[in-house]
Design a protein around this ligand. Structure first.
Ligand SMILES: O=C(O)c1ccc(O)c(O)c1
Ligand SMILES: [Mg+2]
Length: 628
């Protein structure tokens, strides 16, 4: 299946759009008329540019307010069409999208519209052009693909076909299964867009809030599965009107679009393997079984301070790398690597961002499959020259300069610790922390969709509803992603201003992404006791917080006193309880969290976040970060 995207979906001028679209891997574009008119290059020049980029012009759009017009207006509409046919010839494009009329003088009537299209088809045929008719959700008389199809059917001309757009069908809650009764060869083109479910005017929703399939809440997979069941063999093309994307980076948006389309095509294939059209052959979504390691890039005093903090959290340095300046810290199943190399990826990360997480290792069931899938979705494989004795662990570049390694049992890569590290000491119980509960990434609000698409197209992960976190200096939006068994959990925090704790972290670290790491214990009170013996200084929570807890929850006085004494935060949901304990911030606003989940609690303590953030900000203002 050929993959396309409308130029309207990407920011920049036409040249920048074409460049970004080609780089992302698409086969072709829909030229949005405005993008062409605004450009200085004439049609022949644009055609050459598109061809030089290795793309084709799949569609010219939109041609508006054509059908159902009374006499004079009707004649003028045909003249306008001929004018566009001339242009299309020069562009080398043979398919035009006619969207259903919103003209105040347009008359209804299926047969009237069908007659108009039969005549337009006749004129188009003389020029080797095909006409595709699309029902806009807000069309004056035609706003349902079933009516558009009836018009196309009655026009009964080989050069007149239907164009389907997932937004118009799904936004009006029209059952996409109705598409299955349309013959595939009468569908000339398919446009895809998702959107978040928000109650608003259809036109406004469509022009400002569309997003990539998988980023929103519409049943785009049901829609596309129905399309493919018709035997449709044309392209799948994104048409995304989105305010944020218009202002975003052309390359990022194009890459997100490509990722989303490939993942959608793969999902269609998984659901209906008998589909006629060849769909991409890619490994299934990776199954993550946990976090294998977290690697920090750091140097000198900052690295010493980080290691002191790790020690105060109960970690032991259990090994050193055989050739590189890496120390391995361990507690339970948690492995943290401190990388003091001045070259390579860690060195570059340190130079750009200071102490920060430069690499995350994920345990997966099939490491090579995970890399292959990521590559097919447009990610770059990551490689560094291997030193003597080092294993080639499959890795990819994530977003924003991050690196993800994949480790699996089958390929023996889980042995990397024995092979590449000398052992100094046996792991010990430390503070009873046993695994990584979740990784919290901070980003600007505009980047949240990219990250959630990245994770959800690569791994089996579901989204929790977006929550608003109130920072004293602004709002941070938080979106949690987790695999069905809760073995890989990531929270994405989108900052809108640099004055929030999340925003100032981005500013201080020049866009690092991991801001905090949550470590799990099965007995937070025992952990707190051990931590206090290790000199760990927990974030202090105010008495107001505990007063309020006693009002919100039916807690015994004894439990409340224990929580307060240890600065432990508490939350409940229908399934269970959550206990949290925080470190103070270090290195530009990073921190550790300790959590105990009881009885299947699924959240992340969002109700506590405003109080935790306020406490962290108080501490940052009044105390220097303790370094030992
Ligand atoms: O918003 C519009 O006008 C518009 C134009 C062309 C399309 O294909 C579409 O889906 C919407
Ligand atoms: Mg459309």
């Amino acid at each position: 299946m050929k993959l396309g995207i409308a130029t309207v979906s990407i920011s920049g001028n036409l040249g920048e759009k074409i460049d970004a679209i080609a780089r992302a891997g698409f086969d072709g574009i829909e030229i949005f008329e405005q993008d062409f008119i605004a450009d200085a290059a004439g049609p022949a020049e644009v055609r050459r540019r598109v061809e030089d980029a290795g793309l084709e012009i799949m569609l010219f759009q939109p041609f508006r307010d054509f059908e159902g017009l009374p006499k004079d207006l009707r004649a003028r509409a045909f003249d306008r069409a001929e004018h566009k046919f001339d242009l299309m010839e020069q562009l080398g494009c043979d398919l035009v999208l006619v969207c259903s009329s919103v003209h105040p003088e347009a008359l209804g009537g299926i047969d009237r519209a069908a007659d108009d299209f039969a005549e337009l088809g006749e004129r188009a045929a003389k020029r080797g052009i095909r006409i595709g008719y699309e029902a806009l959700a807000w069309g004056r008389h035609v706003n349902d693909h079933r009516d558009a199809w009836e018009i196309v059917r009655r026009a009964d001309h080989p050069n007149v076909g239907l164009i389907l757009d997932s937004f118009h069908t799904l936004a009006r809650k029209i059952d996409p299964e109705t598409i299955r009764r349309i013959p595939g060869d009468r569908i000339f083109f398919v446009q895809l867009a998702d959107a978040p479910l928000i109650e608003m005017d259809l036109l406004y929703w469509s022009r400002h809030f569309r997003n990539m399939p998988g980023e929103g809440d519409l049943a785009v997979l049901d829609f596309m599965s129905a399309v493919m069941a018709t035997g449709y063999t044309g392209p799948a093309s994104l048409e995304i009107f989105n305010d944020q994307f218009r202002g975003g980076s052309p390359r990022t948006i194009a890459a997100d679009g490509y990722r989303s389309l490939v993942a959608l095509a793969d999902d269609v294939k998984t659901r209906a393997p008998e589909t006629v059209q060849p769909l991409p052959d890619i490994p299934p979504r990776a199954k993550a079984t946990g976090t294998a390691f977290i690697e920090f890039a750091s140097q000198q005093d900052e690295a010493d301070a980080l290691e002191a903090l790790l020690r105060s959290l109960g970690f032991a340095e259990i090994g050193k790398h055989i050739t590189k300046k890496l120390t391995l810290w361990r507690q339970g199943d948690i492995r943290i690597v401190v990388n003091r190399e001045t070259t390579g990826h860690a060195g570059a990360t340190w130079n750009a961002r200071g102490t920060s997480v430069c690499d995350i290792g994920l345990a997966v069931t099939d490491a090579d499959g995970a890399v292959e899938r990521a590559r097919k979705l447009g990610s770059e494989p990551f490689r560094q020259p291997l030193g003597p004795g080092e294993l080639d662990i499959p890795a990819i570049r994530g977003l924003g300069g991050s690196v993800l390694h994949f480790i699996d049992e089958d390929s023996g890569l889980a042995r990397v610790w024995d092979v590449e590290f000398t052992t100094n000491a046996a792991p010990h119980e430390g503070a009873l922390l046993h695994s990584v509960d979740h990784i919290a990434q901070t980003m600007s609000y505009d980047e949240m969709l990219s990250w959630s698409l990245f994770y959800r197209t690569l791994f089996q992960m579901d989204r929790a509803p977006m929550v608003d976190v109130i920072d004293p200096d602004g709002l941070v939006r938080s979106q949690a992603l987790a695999d069905p068994e809760g073995r890989l959990r990531v929270t994405l925090n989108g900052a809108e201003t640099h004055r929030t704790l999340a925003g100032s972290f981005l500013e201080e670290t020049f866009g690092a992404s991991v801001q905090h790491i949550a470590l799990a214990t099965d007995d937070i009170f025992a952990t707190a006791q051990r931590l206090s013996g290790l000199g760990f200084a927990p974030l202090e929570m105010p008495a107001n917080y505990y007063d309020d807890l006693s009002a919100r929850f039916a807690l015994s006085d004894e439990l409340l006193a224990k929580l307060k004494a240890a600065n432990i935060l508490y939350d409940e949901d229908a399934a269970g309880q959550l206990f949290q304990l925080y470190s103070s911030t270090f290195a530009g606003g990073m921190f550790f969290e300790i959590v105990e989940r009881q009885g299947g609690y699924q959240g992340y303590g969002a109700p506590n976040a405003p109080f935790r953030i306020a406490a962290q900000k108080r501490r940052m203002r009044h105390k220097a970060v303790p370094r030992r």
